[in-house]
Design a protein around this ligand. Sequence first.
Ligand code: DHK
Length: 146
Amino acid sequence: MTKTVAILNGPNLNLLGRRQPEIYGAETLTDVETRCSDTAAGLGLETCFFQSNHEGEIVEAIHRARDEAAAIVINPAAYTHTSVAILDALNAFDGPVVEVHISNVHKREDFRHHSYVSARADAVIAGCGTQGYTLALHRIATLLED
Ligand code: DHK
């Protein structure tokens, strides 16, 4: 059976392409999702997508992934730096988790340097632009083969 990867995006990423394009690039979230679907198909994987501006909705999407997905790619956006609840939800998920940041958070303000999610993530990709999502899918494919 084809394995599904849940691709989860946090607050303000619905504005991708229009929000600070000098930092987050010109692609929209729909562009990113289309590219992820194509990449996943080439890797023999399926994708499902979810974006929310609300912490609890992201927690619930991670809960659903426990039954519906083999792996998670997550850009928690600002919740990266604040959310123990998202970390706890990811700790209750058994498959591989890759954390993605479009920008290089380590080159930015100090408050972006700490990630709660990194305590659970199997890999972290930062500063590769929106390409980070497809890089994450390649890593997930490898981890799911092991
Ligand atoms: C996206 C955000 O919205 C920020 O709050 C994070 C992350 C960085 C990104 O680079 O994708 O600090």
